[in-house]
Design a protein around this ligand. Sequence first.
Ligand code: C5P
Length: 236
Amino acid sequence: FPVSVVLPAGGTGERMGLQTPKQFCSFLGRPLISYTIQAFESVSWIQSIVVAVAKENMDLMMDITQRFKHRKVLVVPGGSTRHRSICNGVLALGEERSAAGKPKVVIIHDAVRPFVEEDFLCKIAMAAKEQGAAGAIRPLVSTVIATTSEGYLDHSLERAKYRASEMPQGFTYDVISQAYQRCSESDFEFGTECLHLALQYCGTNAKLIEGPPTLWKVSSPGACFGLGITLSRSAC
Ligand code: C5P
């Protein structure tokens, strides 16, 4: 069955304090996002990869696509929030109909999680096709606590009961496109969990699958150094 991918890569790097957004930072002479794209491009059953990037980075992304010979990539403008970027990508898949055909399943993955592997993508795609939605989870490595506005402990959560929601997530095209059509402005602004949008607006409860630690997201320079990865502060 046809599977396409949406990579939200519209972040501008403000939180990490980088001049270049982390997805475009160089790792061993190649931009991080190029590794993520490669992880999908090497999978024969994936038909297309839509990358949503901020308008100011579209030329850079086109250049990366050409330089690293990414053949399955379509670059679209990102949005002001992660959800808007994903939504733009999903809409583009609908419009792409004549070229590659509307996919049965859409996999959503962060551009900054370069180590995703085919066998796990296969689990997500199969579960999404059967259940309508599927998502990767990981056990929590830290206990989550709520704090008071004065900076004291309010309450703590029982760690064993909770999981971290990771990427990739998969949806049938119909579920993800309808969820975005029906959701509210505040869902777009506050970044409501995609799996939650599917449940709330389509009545589709996602199958949750525990993923490997390699689903790890590059979220801060510290996290990169922990794995021995040094991101250069400039695009390569
Ligand atoms: O900031 P965070 O690490 O949560 O971002 C996760 C992913 O969402 C990144 O790949 C980032 O580029 C993307 N994003 C986006 N559009 C935005 C903000 C973030 O596609 N407006």
